[in-house]
Design a binder for this molecule. Sequence first.
Ligand code: ZN
Length: 183
Amino acid sequence: MIDREKLKLAIKMFLEAIGEDPNREGLRETPERVVRMWEEFERMREFDFKLFEEYGNYNEMVVVKDIYFGSFCEHHLLPFVGKVHIAYIPRDRVCGLSKLVRTVRAFSLRPEVQERLTQRIANFIEEELNPKGVGVIIEAEHLCMSLRGVQTPGHLTVTSALRGIFLKDQRTREEFLKIVKGA
Ligand code: ZN
């Protein structure tokens, strides 16, 4: 649960600390707005993980590409935003595509690092679907780097997590990469 009063006070103090007047018109409601936003993120993270359905034999690769996402770099609390691509080869279970989108959201709307987020999504799909393999690729721009000129704006950091057949079989991995690149 979000501690409303604590967060409100923290945002007000943050504004003061960086030399802003938290009582000026544009900022007066900012602590309350930030609180409401994080409460909204908290609600968006909740989703019924049990909604995965049992299915028959289906051996083809399932790919959902270009899932838009945003998360918060836990080192600077600035957003990193981009796309997640997910693929898996089912064993006996598949899930609705929207479940993958909601999985991404559930894991990303909190302070994170991109590498760990990639691993967490892959681990979760592996646990829930018990697939023959899963691959997750995240491409994201980190505003903490772009804004400081450490990287040029639009520069993408790419991370991947491969499990099962995606790790063992080069052809499976290449097929996934080909689909992601749109070739
Ligand atoms: Zn950062």
